[in-house]
Ligand binder design. Structure first.
Ligand SMILES: [Zn+2]
Length: 150
């Protein structure tokens, strides 16, 4: 494929540059209304309007980058929730409403979470302490330092 002859589908410009779009590229993906690429992904970008011009295997590369990104993010969300609250993975699984086995598969990257599970983990990771208190007011993680116990 001769990329110099390729034009941007939006503005017709021929100046395309191959760029790493890590942290920039976002798009609806599978059951995710919006997914973000957090790993390396090289795409052609129009020098004029900055639109992405997909060539050859780009669609497959986007698909695997999205897949890797949502798995990596979900695993990090679980680490953040556990380190901020001192909850065991079994307790996190109970809060999220999945089996401990499924949470463990998500954490290791073996399983890709559905968007609703991913989104719940994301919301929990933003402020796990108040969310855990809401879910279980008996669990006093502010006055009891659970991080020291973990
Ligand atoms: Zn363009």
């Amino acid at each position: 494929m001769d990329i110099s002859k390729r034009r941007c589908g939006d503005c017709g410009e021929r100046r395309l540059a191959r760029k790493n779009v890590r942290s920039d590229f976002k798009s609806p993906w599978r059951d995710y209304p919006l997914a973000f690429v957090t790993c390396d992904l090289n795409l052609w970008v129009c020098g004029n309007c900055k639109n992405y011009v997909l060539v050859g295997g780009d669609a497959e590369n986007i698909d695997s980058a999205m897949d890797k990104s949502v798995r990596d993010q979900a695993s990090q969300f679980i680490d953040i929730i556990r380190s901020k609250t001192g909850l065991t993975s079994g307790q996190v699984a109970e809060l999220v409403g999945v089996s401990p086995q499924h949470l463990s598969s998500i954490h290791s990257g073996k399983a890709r979470p559905s968007f609703s599970i991913w989104n719940f983990l994301k919301v929990m990771a933003i402020d796990p302490v108040s969310l855990v208190k809401q879910a279980n007011p008996a669990l006093d993680i502010v006055h009891e330092n659970m991080l020291l116990r973990a």
